[in-house]
Structures are given as C-alpha cells and as structure tokens.
Design a protein around this ligand. Structure first.
Ligand code: OGA
Ligand code: MN
Length: 292
C-alpha cells in the first residue's frame, strides 16, 4: 500500500550527491516554480554548492528568467554586446563557430577571476550532448580550505592572488587581485579562491615561493575526495556557486556535437576575506571529510 506522508507530497526534493558537494533537485518544470520553492532552491545551492535539475526544456528566455532569480545577469564581455546568453559549443555552421570553448579539455578554474567582480553563479543547460566525453567536475573549495593545517590557514589569511588574463598581460596589469582565502558573503564560511593555475602569482611572496605554495594548494584542492563529476544528459540544468568551487570539463571527440546554453549571475561584491576569518565555522557540506 502506498503511504502518503507530508514528505512525499512536497513539491521539491533535494537529493545530495554521494560526494563532497552537489545535489539533484526534483521540483518539476523550472518555469513554473513559485518564490517559496525558489527560496528552497537557493538555500540548497548555498548548502550543496552545485545543483542539478534533470529533464528541463527551457526556451532561451525561460533559461535567462530562471538565472535572474539568483540575481542580475552579467552581459557578455564584448563591448559591442549586451547579450546575457552565451552558447558553449564546438559546433560550426557554415564554417563559423556557433559558440565558445571548443571540444578540448577546460582545466580546473573558477569563471572570470581576472575581473574585479567574478560572477556569483554560472548556469548551464544541456541542449546537445556527445555520446561520451565532456563530463564536468566540481571541487569543493570550502572543504579544501577547512582541511588545511591551522598554521597554513594563518599564513594564507594574509595573502592575495594576482589573476592575469594571459601571460602577456602581466606588464599591463589588467588582471584583478583577490584574497587567496575568501569568506562567502551568504554562508559566512571561508573557501580557497584559486581561480586558475595559469597566469597567477601570490603578490606577497617571491615568485619561486609563490609557485611552490600554489602547486601544493592545487594538488590539495583538486584531490578526488573533494570532487563531484557530472555526466551530462540532454535537458540537464546545472547551477554552481562560482565563489566556493573549481570546475573543469573533459575533452570530447572533435566530430561529436555538444551544445549548452550558459548565463552568469553578477556578484553583489568583490571577493573579500572577513577580519575574523580564522574564527569562522566550517561549511557543513564537506564536514564528513574534515578531521582526517
Ligand atoms: C565554462 C565552462 C564547462 C562545460 O563555460 O566556463 O567551464 O561543461 N564550461 O562546458
Ligand atoms: Mn567555467
């Protein structure tokens, strides 16, 4: 006999992944959710860092509308464009690419870290997915911070990282600097903010010391225990918190087709570290991994 509990008729279910971050949310069509349900989604996003919604069929406008519930959307970087919708694809039509990012590996990164205010959130909606390859992985930077030795946490609290757009931009100094440890404005917890392994250096250290420390932090931060890997299906919508995780995409065959819609949500403030950072609580999602 079917039992109907209060729980089973709730219009939203949040199913945490068996990993240090990530959850699947089941709440039906995203174009039909009300503010109460969105409140639960937003909280689940802060709690789990990255959310997956399966079987969505959103028009471009509906996708942007859902993104806008997290906050104002960022326009494309190009000065002549105010488009908030980006196509991530390797597909060419009439010899021209329909989107960005190609078919190669995208190494671990957070989005747009060389900007003074990197996006708070990024959303991807899968339209066409290749039969294999192109999985996207996410690594929890709260747990990466919380599992560091206390003495290192004290040292990192005083350091900032310079994020250059390319090796050539070092002299022009166009990239932003951000604290190496950032206190999340909504959760109040600290996360490592590494951005990109390339074209970064710690402002307060000589170059060779900066390289040694960053090498260590990158190995630590991308260890498999901290990672959730997502195998895409058509209709998936994924939204991640760009302030407290790294992500990477695996390569896929150049003759396969992959098309996703992307939009990014503006952050309310630039990344910062709280004055009492060393006293902050750990983020609960990765707690099971801490204290090894
Ligand atoms: C990006 C990105 C991941 C993917 O567009 O910034 O990281 O799975 N994409 O395509
Ligand atoms: Mn990215």
């Amino acid at each position: 006999m079917t039992q109907f509990s209060r729980e089973s008729i709730r219009p939203i279910a949040i199913i945490p992944a068996e990993a240090a971050l990530g959850a699947e949310v089941r709440c039906g069509r995203l174009q039909s959710i009300d503010d109460t349900i969105f409140g639960e989604i937003r909280q689940a996003w802060l709690d789990n860092l990255v959310l997956l919604f399966r079987d969505q069929t959103l028009s471009d406008a509906q996708f942007l509308e859902f993104g806008r519930r997290f906050g104002p959307l960022k326009s494309a970087a190009a000065a002549d464009s105010h488009n908030e919708l980006h196509v991530v694809s390797n597909v060419h039509v009439d010899g021209l690419p329909i989107g960005i990012q190609g078919h190669g590996e995208i190494v671990w990164h957070s989005d747009m870290v060389s900007f003074s205010k990197p996006p708070a959130a990024s959303l991807l909606h899968a339209i066409v997915i290749p039969p294999s390859g192109g999985d996207t992985s996410f690594s929890n930077m709260y747990v990466a911070y919380d599992t560091l030795p206390k003495a290192l946490k004290r040292k990192l609290a005083g350091l900032t990282l310079k994020h250059e757009v390319s090796p050539d931009s070092a002299e022009s100094g166009t990239g932003a600097s951000h604290p190496l440890v950032c206190t999340h404005p909504d959760t109040g917890c600290n996360a490592l903010f590494l951005g990109s392994r390339f074209n970064t250096c710690i402002n307060e250290l000589p170059r060779h010391e900066s390289d040694i420390l960053l090498e260590f932090l990158w190995l630590h931060a991308t260890q498999p225990e901290f990672v959730w890997r997502h195998r895409w299906r058509v209709g998936d919508l994924v939204v991640w918190d760009n302030r407290c995780l790294l992500h990477r995409r695996e390569a896929f065959a150049s003759n396969a087709r992959r098309i996703l819609l992307r939009t990014q949500v503006e952050a309310g403030e630039p990344p910062r570290i709280a004055a009492d950072a060393l006293e902050r609580p750990v983020h609960r999602r990765g707690l099971a991994l801490i204290g090894r």
